[in-house]
Design a protein around this ligand. Structure first.
Ligand code: HEM
Ligand code: HEM
Length: 162
């Protein structure tokens, strides 16, 4: 099993999954992030209510988890294109670490969310909330890096996820 197996390019399915997860995460962070109230209600009463926000948050979270697993499977079978040779070694290493960290969070976030919700576990909710900020920070860094690749180093990195 090689998480960094090399391929000439991303497959169309890898590209589609990348952008589908971007859309799902945008909805999770900007439309259905109001989980505090239903969660505290659940903690107080012991009864879960599935109004729009918790139902969508749960559904999108589980779907994101499934798509992350699919993406890992594609990385292991198809592979991903290597970093452009002309880039600094530190940038190559940084992108490997950042991508691995993003993948880790795409698993840990839904899992801590599920433990918090179904186990009525306050500590899991706290970890979940903390890690949502970590993922947001990594994504900001990721987008900034993609723009540096494109406009500063003038490599094809941004275009190959098109
Ligand atoms: C990729 C998956 C997920 C992402 C990106 C995500 C993101 C978020 C965000 C942004 C918040 C609001 C945090 C805040 O108010 O600062 C939140 C809260 C919460 N999420 Fe998720 N979530 C995901 C999956 C799930 C799943 C599958 C569940 C299971 C039901 C879940 C349960 C919760 C709960 C219970 C809270 C409230 C925590 C609290 O207020 O203490 N999440 N999530
Ligand atoms: C929620 C937001 C995002 C997440 C979670 C995310 C996650 C990832 C991950 C894990 C990879 C590694 C490749 C893989 O195995 O699939 C990747 C690659 C890539 N992402 Fe994103 N991404 C996000 C948003 C964006 C945005 C907005 C852009 C455009 C500015 C972008 C541009 C790219 C590019 C160009 C690559 C390919 C890098 C390479 O060729 O090595 N991503 N992304």
């Amino acid at each position: 099993m090689d998480f960094f197996k090399e391929a000439p390019s991303f497959s169309n399915m890898q590209k589609a999954l990348h952008w589908a997860v971007v859309v799902l995460l945008a909805a999770q962070y900007f439309l259905f992030d109001g989980m505090g109230r239903p969660f505290h209600q659940l903690m107080d009463t012991g009864t879960a209510t599935y109004t729009l926000t918790p139902a969508m948050h749960l559904g999108i979270g589980v779907l994101t988890l499934a798509l992350a697993a699919w993406r890992i499977a594609l990385r292991l079978t198809h592979g991903t294109p290597p970093e452009p040779a002309e880039e600094p070694d530190l940038a190559k290493l940084g992108s490997k670490i950042a991508h691995a960290a993003i993948y880790a969070l795409l698993f840990i976030l839904p899992l801590t969310g599920l433990v918090a919700w179904f186990g009525q576990a306050g500590f899991a909710a706290e970890i979940h909330e903390l890690l949502t900020n970590a993922l947001m920070a990594l994504v900001v860094l990721h987008v900034a890096a993609a723009l540096v690749h494109h406009f500063w180093w003038k490599t094809d990195v941004l275009l190959r996820m098109r």
